[in-house]
Design a protein around this ligand. Structure first.
Ligand SMILES: NC(=O)c1ccc[n+]([C@@H]2O[C@H](COP(=O)([O-])OP(=O)(O)OC[C@H]3O[C@@H](n4cnc5c(N)ncnc54)[C@H](OP(=O)(O)O)[C@@H]3O)[C@@H](O)[C@H]2O)c1
Length: 328
C-alpha cells in the first residue's frame, strides 16, 4: 500500500510517498481501508519539528495524524469473536496517528460508526474536529444566551465551533479570521459578526460587537491573540485554549486573571483519557447533529494522497476554508 511519512523535519517537501506492508490489526483493533483522510493543521507544526515549540517535539520518522473515513476490512484477534462479519464491511471513521495511508489500524474502542447518508466530509469530523469543538465549548461552560468569540473561525475546527456554539444556545457568536473570503465563510456558517483579526484594531471591533464583554473565547492561536482576548472577557468570562497555531507560547500574567477571568485548556486526547464514556457520547452527539442538519462541514479541497504536500502548503499559506481531504 502507499503511505506518507517524513524522515527529516522541514517544509512540505519532506513528505515522502512510499510503499509499505498493509498493517495487521492487533487485539482490540480493526483494519480500515481508507476512502478519505481528513488532514489536520497541527501536523504542519509537528512536521517542522522542535522548532515549532516544545509540545511539537516528536521522534522521526514522522507520521501524520488524520481522520480516516473508510470500511472495516478485517478484525484483530479477540474482536467480535461471536459475530466478526458484523464489523467487516461497516463504514467507520477513526482518528489515526499514522493516517496518511491506504490502510490504517484502529482501536475498536474509538471507532465511530458513520450513519448512512453522511458524506465523507461530514464523516471526517466525527473522530476529532466535531468532538474538539464541542469539548472546547463545554470546557468554557457555555450557557444559553452567552456571547462566544471563536478565533480562526473559518478553519477545520473553527467552522464547526461556530455552528455548535449556536446549537448549544449561544446568544451571539463573533467569529474572527484573516481575509474577506474567510469572514464571509464564517457568516455563512452561522456567525452573527465576523471580524478580521489581521487588523490591529480587532479587539476594538470585538468590543463594539460585545459591549458587555465576551463570555467564552475559543482560542487556538495563542500569543498576542490570546493575551489581547483576555481583556475582552466579561466578568466571570472564560477563555478556552485548545491550540497554539501561531507557535507563540508566551505566558499569561497571573495578574491578568484578577478581573474575574479564567483560562482553561482543552485537549481531546486528554478528555478521552479522563472520561472515555463521555468522549464516546460526544462523538454520538456530533453524529446526531450532522444527521439532523444542525451541523455541516465544508470541504475546501479533495486531493490525491500523493499530493499530501500540497495539502500542507494550503495550511501554511492559510488558504483553506473548512476541511482538506486526501483521497487514497
Ligand atoms: N486541543 C485539541 O484536542 C486539538 C485537536 C485538534 C486540533 N487542535 C488545534 O486546533 C486548531 C485548529 O485546528 P484545525 O486543524 O482546524 O486548523 P485550522 O483552523 O483549519 O488552521 C489553522 C488556522 O489558524 C489560523 N492561524 C492564526 N495564526 C496562524 C499562524 N501564525 N500560522 C498559521 N495559521 C494561523 C489560520 O486561520 P486564519 O488565516 O483565519 O488566521 C489557519 O487557517 C489548531 O491550533 C490545532 O493545533 C487542538
Amino acid at each position: 500500500m502507499r503511505r506518507i511519512r517524513y524522515y527529516s523535519y522541514g517544509g512540505p517537501e519532506v513528505l515522502t510517498v512510499e510503499q509499505a506492508d498493509i498493517p495487521v490489526p492487533g487485539p482490540g483493533q480493526v483494519l480500515v481501508r481508507a476512502s478519505a483522510i481528513g488532514a489536520n493543521f497541527v501536523d504542519t507544526l509537528l512536521r517542522r519539528g522542535p522548532s515549532s515549540g516544545p509540545i511539537f517535539d516528536r521522534p522521526l520518522p514522522g507520521r501524520l495524524t488524520g481522520d480516516v473515513v473508510g470500511t472495516v476490512e478485517a478484525v484483530g484477534p479477540g474482536v467480535a469473536v461471536d459475530q466478526p462479519a458484523s464489523l467487516v464491511g461497516r463504514r467507520v471513521a477513526t482518528l489515526s496517528e499514522d493516517a496518511f495511508a491506504e490502510y490504517v489500524v484502529a482501536d475498536l474502542d474509538w471507532l465511530a460508526e458513520v450513519p448512512s447518508g453522511l458524506d465523507v466530509g461530514a464523516a471526517s469530523t466525527l473522530p476529532l474536529g466535531g468532538p474538539t469543538a464541542l469539548g472546547a465549548l463545554r470546557a468554557g461552560h457555555l450557557a444559553p444566551g452567552e456571547t462566544v468569540l471563536v478565533h480562526a473561525a473559518a478553519g477545520g475546527i473553527g467552522h464547526l465551533a461556530v455552528q455548535l456554539a449556536k446549537v448549544l444556545g449561544a446568544g451571539r457568536v463573533i467569529a474572527t479570521a484573516a481575509g474577506a473570503a474567510k469572514l464571509d465563510f464564517a457568516l455563512d456558517h452561522g456567525a452573527d459578526v465576523a471580524i478580521d483579526y489581521s487588523a490591529d484594531d480587532w479587539p476594538d471591533q470585538v468590543g463594539k460587537a460585545a459591549p458587555d464583554g465576551v463570555d467564552v473565547i475559543l482560542d487556538s492561536i495563542g500569543g498576542q491573540t490570546l493575551l489581547r482576548g483576555l481583556d475582552l472577557l466579561a466578568p466571570l468570562g472564560r477563555t478556552v485554549v485548545y491550540g497554539v497555531a501561531s507557535g507563540d507560547f508566551r505566558e499569561i500574567p497571573v495578574t491578568s486573571l484578577f478581573a474575574l477571568r479564567s483560562v482553561v485548556g482543552f485537549s481531546l486526547l486528554a478528555w478521552r483519557a479522563a472520561d472515555p464514556e463521555a468522549g464516546r457520547r460526544d462523538v454520538a452527539e456530533i453524529a446526531g447533529h450532522l444527521a439532523a442538519g444542525r451541523l455541516r462541514t465544508t470541504v475546501h479541497a479533495c486531493l490525491p494522497l500523493d499530493e499530501a504536500a500540497s495539502a500542507h502548503r494550503m495550511f501554511e499559506e492559510r488558504a483553506h476554508r473548512g476541511r482538506i481531504l486526501l483521497l487514497p
